[in-house]
Design a protein around this ligand. Structure first.
Ligand SMILES: C[S@@+](CC[C@H](N)C(=O)[O-])C[C@H]1O[C@@H](n2cnc3c(N)ncnc32)[C@H](O)[C@@H]1O
Length: 251
């Protein structure tokens, strides 16, 4: 089975055009204080942790890809690194004051998302916070983006993601977090945007295969798009802009 993360060297900052200020805003939602114990779960290259590591906290990073943990080790100093699944984390109950996940939850199946939230709840201290950053979608937008990204995963040969990836709507995220046992679930206003670009996927996920970019362009331009989403075509690149959804939930 081909994994997207063993070998891909460009992360979400590049892929979606996020800025450093976007990360600062997200991290600021946790109200971190000196000495807190913090987890960057599904950390990838460690983009969040590059900023977290400048704070006076005990920082841990977790990812199930040894390749990505290797990249995170190059980018982040003064932290502890763990290879393991977010669905069965190698931490005792009540370890963390805050757990961050960006662009991770939607990579596991719907059924596993509930398991993931319960597992985050388990490793949080009482009163601790779970901070999540994902795509902000209503149902019509979700169906469109799921079809677009699903086609990209299929063309890239990411069979596991084709089977499991589940983009959640805002109301689904809210009810699943509450069902898992979180309280005070909130969605702070933000101005962060994802750019989904077929050219960028061409460079990363398709390893420069231009035919796959053309197939994806043709596919997405043929889909019925909700009026609330903006899709632009420029010189062989098709770009979709989607607002980010940030959530803060408490144990
Ligand atoms: C899209 S990347 C996001 C990386 C990082 N959070 C960021 O925003 O830059 C998703 C990451 O989740 C990791 N991942 C996927 N499934 C996982 C699981 N079950 N347990 C732990 N990590 C997982 C992948 O290896 C990958 O590094």
């Amino acid at each position: 089975m081909k994994s997207p993360y063993e070998g891909i060297k460009r992360g979400c900052q590049y892929l979606h055009g996020f800025g450093k200020n976007d990360i600062s805003f997200f991290l600021g939602l946790a109200g971190l204080r000196d000495g807190m114990v913090v987890l960057d779960a599904m950390c990838g290259e460690g983009a969040l942790s590059q900023q977290l590591s400048k704070k006076n906290i005990e920082l841990h990073l977790l990812d199930n890809s040894g390749f990505q943990i290797g990249r995170a080790k190059e980018n982040v100093k003064g932290a502890e690194f763990h290879i393991g699944s977010v669905l069965e984390m190698p931490f005792s109950d009540g370890t963390f004051d805050a757990v961050f996940i960006r662009n991770g939850v939607y990579e596991v199946s719907k059924r596993s998302q509930i398991k993931l939230y319960k597992e985050v709840l388990r490793v949080l201290k009482k009163g601790g916070l779970f901070l999540s950053w994902t795509l902000g979608l209503d149902e019509a937008q979700r169906d469109f983006v799921q079809a677009f990204v699903g086609k990209k995963d299929k063309l890239a040969g990411f069979d596991d993601l084709v089977r499991n990836r589940h983009l959640m709507t805002r109301s689904e995220l809210s009810s699943d977090l509450k069902a898992a046992g979180f309280s005070n679930v909130g969605f702070p206003q933000n101005s962060i945007e994802y750019v989904l670009s077929t050219q960028k996927w061409g460079k990363t996920d398709f390893l420069g295969d231009k035919k796959k970019v053309s197939s994806l362009n043709e596919y997405v331009l043929g889909l019925k798009k909700p009026a609330s989403l903006s899709l632009e075509e420029h010189g062989g690149d098709v770009r979709l802009v989607v607002s980010a959804l940030l959530s803060v939930s408490q144990k």
